[in-house]
Ligand binder design. Structure first.
Ligand code: FES
Length: 56
């Protein structure tokens, strides 16, 4: 599912970024660019990051 429409970033990509060591929205933003335009995806991205951190 697309989370960030501005950059066409999916929840799978965000989960992979966490699996590769990212632990915060800031780090995922630096890696993928999620949330750096309109910012509407930031809340959902944070939820997905937290879910993935809880799984790992
Ligand atoms: Fe992610 Fe706009 S939807 S920055």
């Amino acid at each position: 599912m697309y989370v960030c429409l501005c950059h066409a970033i999916t929840d799978t990509q965000i989960r992979q970024a966490v699996s590769q060591g990212d632990t915060s929205l800031k780090e995922v933003r630096q890696r993928l660019g999620v949330g750096d335009q309109c910012g509407k995806c930031s809340r959902m991205a944070m939820q997905i990051i937290q879910q993935q951190l809880d799984l790992e």
